[in-house]
Design a protein around this ligand. Structure first.
Ligand code: Z5A
Length: 207
């Protein structure tokens, strides 16, 4: 049986990486085989593209190049990791996916959503996440967490206005697709965040 495809989304410091491991444990307890991965990244080539995208020392990357690099990495990731895992019946847990392209390149950079939608169909064909958890925190809180961790990458060095647009776009996507995208209040203590996630996962698995 085909596995399920679950993505975690949100701005900086929302707790995606922290909670990905928590969800993996929940799924393993339910007896599922799980593949954890991330975007941009997940294959050797896609991880190399990630390095280029996050490196502040690069020449300026045009908006168009940035969007195409995201989708080039994604196409590799889908073909070599996501689709084979789903076909084998594993559940795939992915830290960011195409909603991030809508939010960062569309919302943040102001690129045309229809161009992103075209690339989504081209690179993914029918593949869409079955469930997306959006870890939402106000930008000040998320950036505070990211800064406490150390050096900021090329995206994290953007202005507050950029991150506010990214957050608005994520929330708009969730409003438009409430069945797939579930908003988690990431400002709460970790135990409370994980209680929300646990409930949503139970609803998804057994509901
Ligand atoms: N990007 C894009 O532009 N377009 C695309 O299509 C895709 C991506 C796919 C890399 O992503 C960049 O790529 C990203 C968007 C862009 N830009 N940025 N910035 P990334 O996911 O690797 O980078 P990130 O979003 O910066 O990850 P992050 O800062 O690590 O966020 P996180 O994974 O959501 O947070 P975390 O590491 O789990 O937690 C951050 C800290 O907060 C950590 O110290 C935790 O212990 C702490 N934390 C977590 N939860 C809590 C709670 N509840 N309370 C208190 N402290 C907490």
């Amino acid at each position: 049986m085909q596995g399920k495809f679950i993505t975690l989304e949100g701005g900086e410091g929302g707790g995606k990486s922290t909670n990905l491991k928590y969800i993996e444990q929940l799924l393993l307890k339910e007896g599922f085989s799980v593949v954890m991965t991330r975007e941009p990244g997940g294959t050797k080539l896609a991880e190399n593209i990630r390095q280029l995208l996050l490196d502040k020392a690069q020449e300026e990357i045009s908006q168009q190049a940035e969007l195409l690099m995201m989708f080039a990495a994604r196409a590799q990731h889908i073909k070599h990791v996501i689709q084979p895992a789903l076909a084998q019946g594993s559940w795939v847990l992915c830290d960011r996916f195409t909603d991030s392209s809508y939010a960062y390149q569309g919302g943040g950079r102001g690129m045309d959503h229809s161009a992103i939608a075209w690339l989504e169909n081209f690179a993914q064909s029918q593949l869409r996440p079955d469930l997306t958890l959006l870890l939402d925190v106000p930008v000040e809180i998320g950036m505070g967490r990211a800064k406490a961790r150390g050096q900021l990458d090329r995206f994290e060095s953007e202005k507050m206005e950029f991150f506010n647009k990214v957050r608005c776009c994520f929330l708009e996507l969730a409003e438009k697709q409430p069945k797939r995208i579930k908003v988690v209040d990431g400002t709460q203590e970790l135990a409370q965040v994980q209680a929300q996630i646990s409930q949503l996962m139970q609803d998804f698995i057994h509901g």
